[in-house]
Design a protein around this ligand. Structure first.
Ligand code: ADP
Ligand code: MG
Length: 366
């Protein structure tokens, strides 16, 4: 932050500008095999050794849905206090990329498997103080295929393609634009990570990219966000930029901080923000443009004719609900009452299941 920028105070008492944040989190489903094929999902195998004819999109190959991945998505939806949709549809999202042999990604568009939900997050400021809890709305969760990987650094003049990851199941969890500070955004991802790890539906390994976030940031004048909440009209909010593939809590915060200030400078300078996809450069501490943002219609979504709509009945959902493990919120409440801990301490200890188990083992052993 430059001194010059101080005058644009964001979210302060006399703020001239406020920041609005919505996140799309991609979480790799914990499953031995892929979403539509029997190939292994094991990490670290030799390139192109876990690729079936379906994954490499040979003509005439048909996808077959993996029921376990459906269970995992429903379980995650329940953990997000969300509505499970009894009817959902797989669509083709068309785009060309060297590591996408199908020429489209099977995803879900109009009818996702999970609808609206919400989670409570507890942001922590730079000095380690807990702030007021905030409720973040979940817009939807849908299932989709991951793409392969282009490897650019093995040869100076060739690009290699590894299709092992092609077809691995991802859950895309889309939040409402309910976060108002970098701290809230990173607390949200941390909470989400705690929930999927407790459920066993995603290992949350951010270094391997198994949980990564696209961070949408816009700025608006004080009062505009409240109008948006009242009316649901996105026109009250500023134009958003999307920062792709963030996999560190610290960088998420730094990127939002930078991006909000960049947008404020543009608008204060009389310009307007372009809707675009940007990348965060951790070395330079800045975001830079990657491409202008496609609109949904550019992808020519249509229902995948190889897959029937997915119908889930109450019994299937109930079977999963009764076996849900203890979730971070329940565990926190129990730690507060069982061990007489403060909300903050209980929250920190239960954010991660392993730490919580360790604490509990030690506390019980006394
Ligand atoms: P896309 O795939 O085109 O990015 P999605 O609907 O999957 O669209 O996700 C859009 C994300 O951007 C959501 O998390 C939403 O809350 C967020 N978002 C939408 N408008 C704004 C805005 N003006 N400011 C900040 N975030 C926004
Ligand atoms: Mg999206």
């Amino acid at each position: 932050m430059t001194k010059e920028n101080e005058k644009y105070l964001i979210n302060g008492e006399k703020a001239k500008w406020e920041v609005v944040i919505g996140l799309e989190v991609h979480a790799q489903v914990t499953s031995n095999s892929k979403l539509f094929s029997g190939s292994s999902t094991k990490f670290g195998a030799e390139p192109n050794t876990q690729v079936s004819l379906v994954d490499s999109a040979f003509p005439g190959m048909l996808p077959v849905i993996n029921e376990y991945c459906i269970q995992q998505a429903v379980k995650t939806g329940l953990g997000l206090n969300a509505k499970i949709n009894s009817y959902s549809v797989f669509d083709r999202k068309n785009y060309f990329y060297a590591d996408l042999p199908q020429g489209y990604q099977i995803s879900q568009f109009e009818h996702p498997i999970v609808g609206e939900g919400e989670i409570e997050v507890l942001p922590i400021d730079a000095d380690g103080n807990t702030l007021e809890p905030v409720t973040v709305g979940i817009e939807r969760l849908h299932l989709e295929q991951d793409a392969g990987k282009s490897v650019h650094d093995l040869s100076p003049d060739e690009t290699y393609v590894d299709l092992n990851r092609c077809g691995v199941a991802l859950m895309e969890i889309v939040s409402k634009p309910d976060m108002r500070s970098p701290e809230e955004a990173s607390a949200y991802v941390e909470k989400l990570r705690g929930i999927v790890r407790a459920l066993g539906t995603c290992d949350g390994d951010m270094e391997k990219g198994n949980l990564r976030a696209d961070v949408n940031v816009s700025i608006c004048k004080p009062g505009a966000y409240e109008k948006f909440r009242e009316t649901g009209d996105f026109g009250h909010l500023g134009t958003r930029c999307e920062i792709k593939n963030m996999n560190s809590f610290r960088f998420i915060q730094a990127a939002i901080e930078y991006e909000a200030r960049r947008q404020i400078e543009i608008v204060e300078g009389g310009g307007s923000v372009d809707q675009e996809t940007r990348l965060y450069d951790p070395d330079k501490g800045e975001t830079r443009s990657m491409r202008s943002k496609e609109d949904a219609h550019d992808y020519r979504y249509f229902p995948d004719p190889d897959l029937l709509p997915l119908e889930i009945d109450e019994a299937f959902i109930e079977g999963i609900r009764v076996n849900l493990p203890e979730l971070p919120d329940q565990k926190r409440a129990r730690f507060e009452s069982d061990y007489g801990l403060s909300r903050y301490d209980a929250g920190v200890l239960t954010a991660d299941a392993e730490n919580a188990d360790f604490y509990e083992t030690v506390a019980k052993g006394r």
